[in-house]
Design a protein. Sequence first.
Lengths: 197, 293
Amino acid sequence: MYEGAIQDLIDELGRLPGVGPKSAQRIAFHILSADPTDVKRLAVALQRVKEQVRFCTTCFNVAEAEQCRICRDPRRHDDVLCVVEEPKDVVAVERTGEFRGRYHVLGGAINPLEGIGPDHLKIRELMARLADGSVKELILATDPNTEGEATATYLALLVKPMGLAVTRLASGLPVGGDLEYADEITLGRAFEGRRAI
Amino acid sequence: MAQAGTVTRSPAGPVGAGWHNRRVNGWRAKLYRDDAVVLRGQKLGESDRIITLFTRRHGRIRAVAKGVRRTTSKFGARLEPFGHVDVQVAEGRSLHSVSQVEAIDLYGKRFIDDYPRYTTASAIAETAERLTPIEEEPALRLFLLTLGALRVLAEGLHTSSLVLDSYLLRAMALAGWAPALEECAVCGTEGQHRAFSVPAGGCVCQDCRPPGAAHPSPATLQLMAALATGDWPVADSSEAGPRREAAGLVAAHLQWHLERGLRSLPLVDRSSPKTSPTRGADENQRSTDGDLA
Ligand SMILES: [Zn+2]
Ligand SMILES: [Zn+2]
């Protein structure tokens, strides 16, 4: 245990996800020995993120204005909507450079064990966006785990009466791995999603 | 940790075999192997998950699966919820970790494209977790019941809501608070009684009936008795009305005995599979209200 300010900082850092007590101590002492202007910049960034970043009123991605940059971009296609769980998934899909449509961020996945049902996610808002019929394809890009798959199943059933094309990201073998190490679900999916070459 | 050097990896063997609770210099061996149902996984740090496992011989345990969220993880989908797996667990001072896992039957894959079954499996898993409040306390009968319920749910031979209510009734019986169905909960007089009171402990006769007791239909009580004993021909031929009413009474009985309610139970979709999702919560609520009043 240290005294006063340094211990307070260690305690605060230790509450961050993925930061253990040892890391918290290391970061705290790094900050203590760092250049004051660098530390100031970090402090300002921390403050700004809470003051200025909010959620896009259309897609619920993080935004610095009423709408996020993607929703404001006139070059994006309006007829394809990609549904993801978290804002970080938007970043992941954007990094591929493969997608030119727009997004909808659910804010998580349906997880009854955690008490999260459809009403806790931005599903009603998604349905409202689909109501005018301008979206022709809905891409369900929820996580490829049990909760993400079940959420995609729920959404697919829900939008079925609307008659738009609903697609799910292909799941298959991780590039760079050996076939023999693939579990039966992953390998089974890869078989289902095989394509002609 | 200190005695990590003395670890001998348990050899692969038949399912459920290879239980290594050897004592080495007074210390419990660091690795053991067991078969288990995956009840749930919770994100930890960058790429790990804490997996709650209901094991056959060691009761409910929590163990870290390192790197399981990476797409290249050696665990793959084997530690996803509701699977029956063969695991090797390394004991740690504060938290155990999963060192190896082999699939026996990954039931979860049968639930992810069927929303009612997914929510039902969630309620089964949460019930199993809540009825095993102490970690590492063996609960073989509840383990077998839970495994059996998930298997039946995966086979899809019976409506998922019936599988759930049968599981809940039998799990409550193992916990020692099954509702009385064939005798009066108060005086023990045998026979089919018309009134049902959750606080009294189930069916009650005319003389013992407390104020506020519910009066479910005879078909509902017949269904509950069938579900409690696993009489599937009777349960499968039941009508929608008694099913709804029985589900409400089972839920009310369960909530009465648990300190806090199950989070997943109101989210269970009791509609039949492959139809539009509906809200199971509303239905549950309606039939329990009268009884809890
Ligand atoms: Zn937006
Ligand atoms: Zn009586």
